[in-house]
Design a protein around this ligand. Structure first.
Ligand code: NAP
Length: 276
């Protein structure tokens, strides 16, 4: 299965769908990630705080796919904010992954009460200049925080990875991203399964298009222009999740899914929720 790419604001090709790896750990986790790569996944999303960068690196080596064809995303945690700590964090991620370049590094959470993310960002700009990081972006940033980064450094993040699913479509933030050339990435794109997959509108569209409810939801992300990173440890579900490029949803169908909006599911407001 070939997953199409789009081009980031720095010219880098970026997959329209990737694999979330939260909770994929140990030998079983490695086997799951290898199976995803063999099914066609190229973008692998990890983080220092998932404690599985070693597993992701091991899966890359075990897969028969050349390193250059894979795209590794990791994230700098709250406790590593600040110029020097972000460098140390990146060196730690490079060692854990066993690679000499991270394809995309993200600030995991802004943690505004500590007010250090600007220093972290400056560090990432310099790490990109020396080739340790290919592209730089953020996660869980609000419009105000993005504006501050851009105004202070002139460097627009390539990506903002945020909570995004039919219960929380993030229309205003997506419009801001589009205006500034920032690629949206959807975390928890399936709303962690929850009752989303049993919603009537999802089932109706699944019948109309002859696809599964999960495929309807993932196609909705593609139609919005956001890269979803569904996590599955199961090879069959991984294949199902990646197989969403053979059908399309109409604008009305996209709107009907977006009408499920009810807000954030896990109180992760970046103005108040902080993670170390
Ligand atoms: P998710 O991808 O929305 O949902 C994962 C859950 O759905 C798992 O329980 C998985 O179980 C199940 N599932 C997957 N495919 C399925 C299918 N086809 N049919 C039925 N069930 C299916 O949630 P997530 O793991 O929270 O989010 C995805 C990724 O986003 C994470 O892994 C992580 O990489 C990233 N993330 C980032 C942040 C951030 O702050 N930046 C926060 C949260 C998550 P099985 O494994 O058993 O299939």
């Amino acid at each position: 299965m070939r997953i199409p790419t789009v081009t980031l604001n720095d010219g880098t090709p970026f997959a329209e769908l990737g694999l979330g790896t939260y909770n994929l750990r140990g030998p079983e986790g490695v086997a799951s990630i290898v199976s995803a790569i063999q099914s066609g996944y190229r973008l692998l999303d990890t983080a220092v705080n998932y404690e599985n960068e070693r597993e992701v690196g091991e899966a890359v080596r075990q897969s028969a796919v050349p390193r250059d064809e894979l795209f590794l995303v990791t994230k700098i945690p709250g406790r590593h904010h600040g110029y020097d700590l972000a460098i140390e964090s990146t060196n730690g991620s490079l060692a854990a992954l066993g690679v000499d370049r991270i394809d995309l590094s993200l600030i995991h959470w802004p943690n505004p009460s500590r007010d250090l993310y600007l220093y972290t960002w400056r560090s990432m700009i310099d790490l990109r200049a020396v080739g340790k990081i290919g592209s730089i972006g953020v996660s869980n940033f609000t419009e105000q925080m993005l504006t501050r980064l851009i105004d202070e450094t002139g460097v627009v993040p390539a990506v903002n990875q945020v909570e995004l699913h039919p219960y929380f479509p993030q229309a205003a933030l997506r419009a801001f991203h589009a205006e500034h050339g920032i690629r949206t990435e959807s975390w928890s794109p399936l709303a962690r399964r929850s009752e989303l997959l049993t919603e009537q509108v999802i089932h109706e569209l699944s019948a109309i298009h002859g696809v599964t409810p999960t495929q309807v939801v993932l196609r909705w992300h593609i139609e919005l222009g956001s890269t979803p990173i569904p996590k599955s440890g199961d090879p069959d579900r991984q294949r199902e999740n990646a197989d969403v490029f053979g059908f399309e949803l109409t604008a009305d169908e996209v709107a009907a899914i977006s009408a499920l909006e009810r807000g954030r599911l896990w109180n992760g407001d970046p103005n108040t929720h902080e993670e170390m």
